[in-house]
Design a binder for this molecule. Sequence first.
Ligand code: NAI
Length: 484
Amino acid sequence: MKKIAVAKGDGIGPEIMDAVLKIFEAAKVPLQYEVVEMGKWVFDKGYSNGMTPEAQQTIEDLGILFKGPMETPKGKGVKSVNVTARKTWNTYANKRTFQTLHGVETVFSKAGIPIDLTIVRENIEDTYGGIEHMLTHDVALSRRFITRPGSMQVIKYAFEMAKKKGARRITCGHKANIMKITDGLFLEVFYEVAKDYPELKADDVIVDDLCMKLVSRPHEFDVVVLTNLQGDIVSDLCAGLVGGLGFAPSANIGDHISIFEAVHGTAPDITGKNIANPTALLLSGVGMLRHLGLMTAAANIENALLYTLESGVHTGDFGDKSTPSVNTTDFAEAIIKNLGKLPDHNPRPVIPDLPMTPTHFKLEQNPLIMTQEKEEEKIVGVDLFIESAEQPNAVADKLLQHTGDLFKLVTISNRGTQVWPKGSVYTNLINQYRCRFESIGEEPVTQIDIMELYKRSMKDFKVCSLELLNMWGDKKAYSLAQGQ
Ligand code: NAI
């Protein structure tokens, strides 16, 4: 029998996990569970990543982690156990499904508009790298990494999943109109992958427009793929469409290890009261069963859940307030009693099990994922980020002394808006400028040439950081300043 790792988590975690495992047991799910030590309580025991070495070993040996919510310890410098887990095991795709559940009243259910949406969120990159610096006392910088291989992994997963699901549409949510290089890369990869799936209607929507459309016409969407932060926000918005966090399951999919958990947190306000709603964790578990090929058990449990919800049984966080709510244990018992029954609305077809996913293998070392460089690469300049409380003309006068024979100063910007050679007097300034030097005639320069320019500029300014200006063939690998 396949064994999986289970971490019950903090707060309401143990209450809802026990309820879900009881339902699994009653449904005769052919799985064995190895409970591992992971969560805030493990962090408190002195394990800085929130898990014991034994827990990490077990999860890596078994390849599947079914987890309850875990508290992020408050305080600076302490990382979330949840994010650490997703990153440690490179679960690059976060899949969240949102469906109309009869018995869970929402604005859309009242209007008779069905929702069946899957959000796939990139799970590793973006600003979630947490690479942040104060450049001056007034200026904080977060680095946002969007990579071609990282985007490729998650977008390929989204297309493959959409195809298997028989989706009618796959949409890329993005902000490539503003972040032309980062979101532009994600969008470029989306359409590159789309070519391999001609049977799927692939399109894209700018993320703000997407939010407006999701709250007004959610039924028009099917699978939506987004970068990390935008996906985080949009998926919580979708949870709201189907009745709240109590109904939002999630899967963190990787090539070797996958984690299944509810979207919600530890709910400290209701911990220990046995009143939490286990539905989101149960639906996450159902998704896990399907991931493992256990289709029959998944459909049986989901049908029993849908039947229970339809019959009006509810925990305190949802449902008809004029009928008394039941506690977590009784809600699970009601589902167990309804195993074998079919709901009136959208019964899930009971299909035969698929072959179990092959036993996963352990990696010996980190694989490097990269795409082939096609064009010739050259350095044609540098952006120096300098600290200065002077006016742009005064900054330029000093920098023009340092350009030497190889460089010209082409633009100075403040918070991304050009302030030299031309600019608006209405642009408020902060004490940090981005000063762009380009090589004369776009001739290639070396890193040593750049360092010489850096050293000369240092005589007048503190240089906070720098970025090289690269060209791939005749394409600029950097953005222009607003107004340049
Ligand atoms: P939360 O999701 O724990 O709670 C928000 C609200 O929803 C609360 O009123 C809570 O009572 C309610 N709620 C959540 N799950 C429920 C359920 N199953 N049944 C009934 N009501 C439910 O979010 P919050 O308060 O922001 O976070 C609490 C802790 O959880 C924090 O330490 C946070 O870092 C952590 N967290 C962990 C996550 C994970 O393990 N994946 C995800 C989100 C938060």
